[in-house]
Unconditional design. Structure first.
Ligand SMILES: NC(=O)c1ccc[n+]([C@@H]2O[C@H](COP(=O)([O-])OP(=O)(O)OC[C@H]3O[C@@H](n4cnc5c(N)ncnc54)[C@H](OP(=O)(O)O)[C@@H]3O)[C@@H](O)[C@H]2O)c1
Length: 224
């Protein structure tokens, strides 16, 4: 499929990063009938072979095109799945006007961009720093607290929502939150809003919601 392929009637989600997380999210979206544009540091032609193995059906694009087709019907959704240590190489303008789902985490050995390290030093959640850096996008924290190993199998769109695995999300903007929740429902999860980005640390690697098979009530138990 070419970079400028017609979106047709299927929604399109962009994914920045085509590694373990990005391709697992792509597979889950594609299985739910959502088209995926995805990019990495590699040019689309070089990425094509990788995607044939790890996310068949995903459409490789250049980073500057990542939001293009998502905007066809209103503000699109782009998922950020680039390691924190590489974030200074991502141009925030590429996602301007989108709902940006921050699926990222900090790992101990990463050399972080100064703006992100400064936020961590101030004990702010990384998603707030990312919202400040990608200031022309509306950031929702989601999809960071489930492993790429589990994501696709955990998605169960055929089950009633209340019987599915629950995934938390946090956002400062209600419209963006609603858009991300709709996407998680369509993917096959039971989305549970935990509040604003200020409380998104609950979803981070040192938080109680990280990497656990949760039901709605498990998440709600952690809210004040
Ligand atoms: N692994 C998991 O289970 C998991 C689950 C949830 C969240 N996360 C989080 O998701 C993020 C990515 O983790 P990962 O495990 O997927 O890492 P990974 O396997 O190392 O993949 C990273 C991807 O980011 C791409 N990338 C790097 N710089 C980029 C740039 N400037 N523009 C576009 N793409 C760029 C890389 O491109 P190349 O392919 O060209 O090198 C690669 O495709 C991390 O913050 C991680 O904590 C991971």
């Amino acid at each position: 499929m070419s970079e400028t392929a017609d979106a047709g009637s299927r929604p399109v989600v962009g994914i920045l990063g085509a590694g373990r997380a990005g391709t697992a999210i792509a597979r889950t979206l594609l299985a739910a009938g959502i088209d995926v544009d995805i990019c990495s540091t590699r040019p689309p032609k070089a990425l094509q072979h990788h995607l044939k193995i790890y996310a068949p059906g995903a459409n490789p694009v250049r980073p500057e095109m990542i939001a293009e087709r998502t905007r066809v019907s209103g503000p699109g959704v782009v998922v950020l799945a680039v390691p924190h240590e590489d974030l200074d190489e991502v141009d925030p303008e590429t996602t301007a006007g989108t709902v940006l789902i921050d699926a990222t985490n900090t790992w101990h050995d990463e050399l972080l961009p100064g703006w992100l390290q400064a936020a961590i030093d101030e004990q702010l959640p990384t998603s707030q720093a990312i919202a400040g850096h990608f200031r022309r996008s509306t950031v929702v924290k989601a999809l960071n607290h489930i492993s790429h190993h589990e994501l696709q199998d955990a998605a169960q769109p055929d089950l009633p929502t209340a019987q599915r695995r629950a995934l938390a999300l946090a956002a400062d903007d209600d419209q963006a939150r609603a858009r991300a929740m709709g996407l998680l429902v369509r993917m096959g999860f039971d989305p549970v809003s935990i509040g604003s980005l200020a409380v998104s640390g609950l979803m981070n690697p040192d938080g109680p919601l990280f990497n656990r098979p949760l039901r709605r009530e498990d998440i709600l138990r952690h809210l004040a």
